[in-house]
Design a binder for this molecule. Structure first.
Ligand SMILES: [Fe+2]
Length: 394
């Protein structure tokens, strides 16, 4: 990968973020509907801050755009310094969207100049990380604006043909793929990019298992709801049962029931009739786990998922819904976070979260990998998260 190509890829990633924000007004881009959600404008500025802070800052020819932005748009990097509180990002009415656009252009001009020449290895890796980081925020931007719009009584539409999980091919969700288990290898290896949490590649010992070829559908989930799934304590983990009752969960996050018992689903294209053939999405780990128990099955571990996906045994592995796994988000054996601020990227989040595998319809093209480890707390529902089942052979 030469310097010309990294320059082109940088430009492509950056312009994709702007294309995603383009349908949104300044008001749309400013609000924050819950602490986990960040305003669109904040995403656009934060990913820019990442390049400014980790790639450009300190170069004699680079002029920092506005020193106050370091405080506003640092997300969680303790080594970089204090920051504006996350739950209050929606209160940052200034800078406005025009100034954020100017910030982006300023950093893009400097990056374009920097990428004219061959970069030394460490710097090239940071630019690479910055691009993959921005792609992660492209998915967050869509997750977040969906939540923002879902809180508006008018249920506005982001775009008429916005991404939404698609039904699998006929028969693709049925059947199980069996594995003999044994000593298998998982994790990233080789020259391509990966996040630090995907390595080192290592051996795992798997008992024989079966994993569903397809993902759980809305139709499957309707049966769970109709069978009292959300009202039966015996199906739930204790923390999950606490969440069901505390939050009043009766269905996935964006389902809306009417008086006649018909369900609709809020999507980025507005409210749509619930399609029983589409993958269920926006369920928490607790719900995924309860559903699996109700179905007499269990969730796959991340090693089961990865080995089956690497063998090509799974349908809908990518591009529809992230799939919760039974695996706690932990460091792989031998994992070491990088020294300095970028070491905070993944490692410090390795507690109290679960791994999700695959990718979703909101994941930007080219961002998926069979070794990719997404992660969220078990109560999180605003990601495009769904369910693939596994079971022990009879
Ligand atoms: Fe970030």
């Amino acid at each position: 990968v030469g310097s010309t190509s990294i320059r082109d890829r940088y430009a492509r990633v950056r312009s994709h973020s702007e294309a995603l924000a383009a349908p949104l007004s300044a008001e749309d881009q400013t609000v924050q509907s819950m602490p986990d959600v960040s305003p669109t404008k904040w995403h656009r500025a934060h990913v820019t801050w990442f390049f400014e802070t980790f790639v450009l800052a300190g170069r004699p020819w680079y002029q920092v755009f506005d020193p106050a932005f370091g405080y506003l748009f640092n997300s969680y990097y303790e080594a970089v310094g204090p920051r504006h509180p996350r739950p209050a990002r929606g209160l940052v009415t200034r800078p406005g969207v025009a100034e954020v656009a100017a910030y982006r252009s300023h950093v893009d001009d400097a990056m374009s100049r920097l990428l004219e020449d061959e970069l030394e290895e460490t710097m090239r890796c940071l630019v690479e990380l910055g691009m993959h980081h921005e792609q992660q925020h492209q998915e967050l931007l869509l997750m977040d604006i969906k939540h923002v719009f879902s809180c508006n009584s008018l249920l506005p539409m982001y775009a008429p043909a916005a991404p939404h999980p698609r039904p699998g091919a006929a028969g693709s969700s049925t059947g199980w793929s069996g594995s003999e288990g044994g000593v298998m290898e998982i994790g990233h290896e080789g020259d391509g990019f990966c996040f630090d949490n995907e390595s080192p590649r290592h051996s795992v010992l798997l008992a024989p298992f079966e994993i569903a070829r397809g993902v759980v559908t809305n139709g499957d989930w309707l049966a769970f709801v109709a069978d009292g799934g959300y009202r039966r304590a015996e199906l739930w983990l204790s923390d999950g049962w606490y969440a069901v009752n505390g939050e009043g969960w009766e269905a996935p996050l964006y389902w809306r029931g009417d008086d006649s018992g018909r369900w609709s689903e809020f999507t980025l294209s507005g409210l749509q009739p619930l399609d029983p053939d589409r993958p269920v999405s926006h369920v928490s780990y607790y719900e995924a786990d309860a559903f699996a128990r109700w179905a007499g099955t269990r969730l796959p571990t991340e090693a089961e998922w990865e080995t089956a996906a690497a063998d090509g045994d799974l349908n809908q592995a990518f591009g529809e819904v992230w799939q919760w796994t039974a695996s706690a988000y932990l460091p792989y054996p031998g994992f070491r976070a990088a020294p300095g601020a970028v070491g905070e990227y993944n490692g410090k989040f390795m507690v109290n979260q679960h791994v999700l595998r695959g990718s979703s319809c909101l994941t930007p093209e080219g961002h998926e990998r069979v070794t990719y480890r997404n992660f969220f707390p078990p109560s999180a529902r605003w990601a495009c998260s769904g369910v693939r089942l596994a079971r022990d052979p009879a």
